[in-house]
Design a protein around this ligand. Structure first.
Ligand SMILES: [Zn+2]
Length: 204
């Protein structure tokens, strides 16, 4: 049996310049794709921090991005629970996307409040957030996170206290909070600025 050099990127194992060229192009393509993904994530993150929302919503966004929210799926992974089924609908594994976007009681809410993006079944929360960034809909991004936070709050009320809140009620309350936060914050900043305005030292 004689030794033979095999080019692994072609089915017949034969090296050719054409095949090598194709291989290099594919490598460059992958690097571009990964690079643009990192860049998009960076843009998303920048906008998440600039959102005019209460800090608790920013913390929620941060935890959502890091997969740090105690969903059924995460609790099974950490061996806290043996079954990660959603407590509200009792029919699907509770991923974050399920808990705040697609669980049956809240699914329809998204059509009511945010019909500008498409939310497909297999999308993660961050996939949807990226759609807002791609279209430069930054106000909608804040609304999206505010509503997700409210649905997560509703989920926790049920899981920890067995209290069932209406999805529409929590969504409306969250949007009222968002609008008042948007109005109040600049005013508070102006008041603070006036309060701490530089003054001349008293003349002798
Ligand atoms: Zn559910």
């Amino acid at each position: 049996m004689e030794d033979r050099m095999v080019w692994p990127h072609e089915r017949n194992g034969q090296f050719s310049v054409r095949s090598y060229y194709r291989y290099i192009l594919a490598q460059i393509g992958t690097q571009f794709a990964e690079g643009s993904n990192v860049q998009t994530q960076h843009i998303l993150w920048k906008h998440l921090w600039k959102m005019k929302v209460p800090n608790k919503v920013k913390i929620f966004a941060w935890r959502a991005r890091k997969n740090g929210l105690p969903t059924g799926q995460q609790l099974v992974k950490k061996h806290v629970l043996s079954d990660g089924t959603c407590s509200l609908c009792l029919s699907e594994l509770e991923t974050l996307a399920h808990a705040v976007m697609s669980c049956n009681a809240i699914h329809k809410m998204w059509e009511l409040y945010l019909h500008v993006v498409s939310i497909a079944n297999n999308m993660s929360v961050m996939d949807v957030a990226l759609q807002f960034c791609d279209r430069k809909l930054y106000d909608q991004l804040a609304t999206f996170f505010m509503l997700m936070w409210s649905f997560w709050f509703r989920r926790n009320k049920y899981v920890h206290e067995k209290v069932t809140l209406s999805p529409k009620q929590v969504a409306d309350n969250a949007l009222t909070m968002l609008h008042s936060f948007d109005k109040v914050k600049p005013k508070t900043q102006i008041q603070l600025k006036n309060h701490y305005r530089w003054q001349h030292p008293p003349a002798d």
